[in-house]
Ligand binder design. Structure first.
Ligand code: KE4
Length: 430
């Protein structure tokens, strides 16, 4: 029998009257998969509970941050203590030094780090720093990569922008978009050609080194190295947007896994342990341009918020233990095996990709190397699969253009239950 979503439906009707589309971020709206979003009451470990009392194994994990699982006791108890000391001061605290130090240890390329409040702030500030440093205006980004919702980055973007068919958003002035050059991912030749023509006008190349906003797309061997070489040649700042891949592809992110040193890195999600945080950082000479050391202005009332810093520090404390990643990777590999096996047994054509704790199933028999490939996969079948999985108690992201996430809290029982559900769902949509 199908799960009841009666209360969620009522809340959605109410929410739509006062909030655009009833949601505070478009990807939550279930528009691409049909049906109504589930309204959440609580979450614990690997599970999330809706207002109708249904339980789901959660692979959305707040779109990535909850790598320890929900309400981890260490994070929760540290937060409870921190609240009693005050929730915001608008003045520096030792906590900011602690988190920045932990981040720099994991990402040595981030020699100087500035805390902000979201991934969007991190990427837009990093780009401003790159422009201020180089004195150039143009940027290169890649189709299907999503770097938050700043003007100039919403050009051929992934995530919700791709899901809702408006990869280039109205409201972005043409003059902004003119400075954004968008190229296909995984095609180094187009980058070289562009740089031959206008390389000295380009401030930065920004990318998700593993693209998690068009499903999951891995860089081809040599691609990231190629970008590193070409950016060096033309004095272009190479920015890795590791808002999603940071602490997820490995503890040191994609840059550690693929052994590439970018000039700048953007982080978010995991470093806030479920509270709103972003960070950007990189080479000293670039970051010394940031105000008040230098002239490039960037600020924030709540930046370095003590609660957010506390949640981030507690999360990284656990993640920095060597056994944590052994467990995380083993669980992620077990899920991969189980899902591949379920698809094979159900006799349905899928392509499964995984990078550390991030994963995605595309409904296609062809490999996916870029956004165009991703958009040719069978999204209608994904939508049916999603609905069926939800009904079987598995919470996936409501779009075929999003990655799934694994946490430390997921158990073998969760993985087995997910595999059983996936087999039934694959059969149902075949
Ligand atoms: P936020 O501003 O949403 O914190 O981060 C923006 C961002 C930047 N860079 C990358 C690689 C990202 O993945 C994101 C945010 N990702 C989306 C969806 N995949 C978050 C969910 C949402 O938009 O509601």
């Amino acid at each position: 029998m199908a799960l009841s979503h009666r209360k969620s439906k009522q809340y959605f009707t109410q929410a739509k009257r006062i909030i655009p589309g009833g949601v505070n971020s478009p990807v939550r709206a279930f528009k691409a998969v049909g049906g109504n979003p589930i309204f959440i009451k609580s979450a614990k470990g690997s599970k999330i509970y809706d207002v109708d009392g249904n339980e789901y194994i959660d692979y959305v994990l707040s779109w990535g941050p909850m790598i320890l699982g929900h309400t981890h006791p260490k994070v929760t108890s540290a937060l409870k203590k921190a609240v009693d000391h005050g929730t915001s001061y608008g003045a520096p605290t030792p906590l900011e030094i602690d988190l920045a130090t932990m981040i720099r240890k994991a990402y040595p390329s981030m020699e100087i780090i500035r805390m902000v409040n979201s991934g969007t702030e991190a990427t837009m500030s990093a780009i401003r720093a790159a422009r201020g440093f180089t004195g150039r205006d143009k940027i290169i980004k890649f189709e299907g990569c999503y770097h938050g919702h700043a003007d100039g980055l919403l050009v051929k973007a992934g995530s919700g922008a791709a899901t809702f068919g408006v990869p280039t958003s109205p409201g972005v002035p043409k003059d902004y978009a003119r400075n954004t050059i968008t190229l296909p991912f995984n095609d180094i030749k187009t980058v070289r050609k562009t740089c031959e023509k206008v390389g000295k006008k380009i401030a930065c190349v920004i990318l998700e080194p593993v693209v998690g906003n068009s499903g999951l797309i891995l860089p081809k061997p040599g691609y990231l190295e190629g970008l590193r070489t070409v950016t060096k040649k033309y004095g272009i700042v190479l920015i890795f947007d590791e808002v999603m891949t940071g602490f997820r592809v490995s503890y040191g992110g994609a840059q550690k896994a693929f052994k590439i040193k970018p000039d700048m890195t953007c982080l978010g999600k995991v470093i806030g342990g479920g509270l709103p945080v972003g960070a950007y950082g990189g080479r000293k000479e670039i970051m010394r341009k940031i105000s008040p050391d230098g002239p490039v202005y960037q600020a924030g009332t709540l930046s370095g918020n003590p609660l957010a810093m506390t949640a981030g520090i507690e999360t990284l404390k656990i993640l920095s233990k060597p056994e944590t990643y052994k467990k995380l990777m083993a669980k992620s590999a077990a899920l991969e095996d189980a899902l591949r096996d379920a698809a094979t047994r159900a006799g349905i054509a899928t392509k499964f990709y995984r990078a550390g704790t991030m994963f995605c199933t595309y409904f296609t028999d062809k490999e996916v190397y870029n956004f165009e490939d991703a958009s040719k996969t069978d999204m209608a079948t994904f939508a049916k699969f999603f609905i069926k999985m939800l009904d079987l108690g598995i919470n996936l992201a409501p779009s075929g253009y999003e990655s799934g996430f694994m946490s430390l809290a997921h158990t073998t029982a969760d993985i087995n239950r997910t595999a059983r559900a996936a087999y039934l769902a694959f059969k149902a949509v075949k």
